[in-house]
Design a protein around this ligand. Structure first.
Ligand SMILES: [Zn+2]
Ligand SMILES: [Zn+2]
Length: 108
């Protein structure tokens, strides 16, 4: 029987690259960050009404984005961000269920 719900919350992961974020470092994606993201990448923060997309940035991505949008020459460590898509199941196709919260499961 396929489970329909995520074993863990998507909001434990950074919207940018999907890395696990400790609770103290989670930041909501407020409008100013959405605007900065749009300008940085050229496409918007998407699917924020969906459960299978994180609704948080990690503190370090947030800071880089804010510094960049204020004109500083800082850049995010990776070129392209995660493009989130709806999982077909939570057994092996769901990023959040498949990703181990502890230990690093590098998935590009
Ligand atoms: Zn899941
Ligand atoms: Zn991040």
């Amino acid at each position: 029987m396929a489970s329909r719900k995520c074993k863990q919350s998507s909001d434990r992961f950074c919207y940018f690259y999907g890395q696990f974020i400790f609770s103290k470092k989670r930041r909501p994606i407020v409008d100013s960050l959405k605007t900065a993201y749009l300008h940085y990448f050229g496409f918007p923060v998407a699917n924020q009404d969906k459960k299978w997309v994180p609704h948080v940035f990690c503190e370090s991505c947030r800071i880089i984005l804010l510094q960049w949008s204020s004109g500083e020459k800082v850049y995010l460590p990776f070129g392209s961000p995660m493009l989130w898509r709806e999982p077909s199941n939570h057994e092996n196709d769901c990023y959040f269920c498949v990703t181990k919260t502890l230990g690093y499961n590098k998935k590009k």
